[in-house]
Design a protein around this ligand. Sequence first.
Ligand SMILES: Nc1ncnc2c1ncn2[C@@H]1O[C@H](COP(=O)(O)OP(=O)(O)OP(=O)(O)O)[C@@H](O)[C@H]1O
Ligand SMILES: N[C@@H](CCO)C(=O)O
Length: 319
Amino acid sequence: MAVYTDISEDELSAFLGDYDAGRLTSYKGIAEGVENSNFLLHTTEGSFILTLYEKRVDPADLPFFLGLMQHLAKNGLSCPLPLIRRDGGMLGQLAGRPAAMVTFLEGMWPRKPTVVHCRETGKAIAAMHLAGEGFEITRRNALSVAGWRPLWDKSEARVHEIDATLRDEIPSELAFLEANWPKGLPAGVIHADAFPDNVFFLGETFSGLIDFYFACNDFLAYDVAICLNAWCFEKDGSFNLTKGMALLEGYQEVRPLSEAEAAALPILARGSALRFFLTRLYDWLETPPGALVVKKDPLEYLRKLRFHAHVKSAADYGL
Ligand SMILES: Nc1ncnc2c1ncn2[C@@H]1O[C@H](COP(=O)(O)OP(=O)(O)OP(=O)(O)O)[C@@H](O)[C@H]1O
Ligand SMILES: N[C@@H](CCO)C(=O)O
């Protein structure tokens, strides 16, 4: 579920009064998502998404996230556009939480990603990288290589609940990645969480990117590596080379990778697999039994990590 904070019709109507977005006709909570409370609103002017930012989002980051969506939309990327309030800002308060409204995006995320979805996602991520140029606010990636060891330290004592051999394997992965992490690759604003549930399509036609709440400044090729992990493995754990090829071709149609970026893909993909393993492991161990959120399987990312550790070059991903 992702409605942590309930709102009343009266509160919501008062909140809407701060916008030029019409009068409320109906609203409902959206069950999907785990980070924030989201509501779908219908007003006399159209449909909107209202997000109440919950405790995992640092309010200091909100100008970056909202400003980024505005910058990307202005530069032609299809993504939610934050609505401007009568006071000129994008952020308000509702039920004691920071809150913002964005435009509603038509489409659905693909439950069974196809080769075409992978190609379109490659193109969309490259388009986002280009559209992000010139965005003036920056946000460090707290979940890049320097952030992984502290995350591991929080879970290490209980990792045997999942697999006791990880006590040795993960520290040696961390040491390898810390010693070999690339330097000086082309950098910019990345999405950092472009999983299938954050990429909308109408059929197989890309309709928009959502959920920029992990976006940050980092190597552009790291975003490509995240997508290879999120889009190109099958349920049985095998890497689908045709999907990898399509995703990379789609990306390069819009923004060609440099030789250095291509050479770094295996280590970036390995690091990205460790990143999602570690956040999922933390959530797995910390989420109380009976909580309504669906926990994501850390072992899926452990298998991906092991796959990347044996990759020789980006040709193994279809480049
Ligand atoms: N602009 C939008 N247009 C249409 N639907 C949206 C929009 N923004 C969010 N949604 C819907 O709300 C759901 C949850 O949104 P989102 O993924 O941003 O939630 P979250 O809790 O912040 O994220 P996470 O995926 O990290 O748990 C989406 O799956 C989608 O159905
Ligand atoms: N996409 C992340 C969750 C954070 O949005 C994962 O699958 O682990």
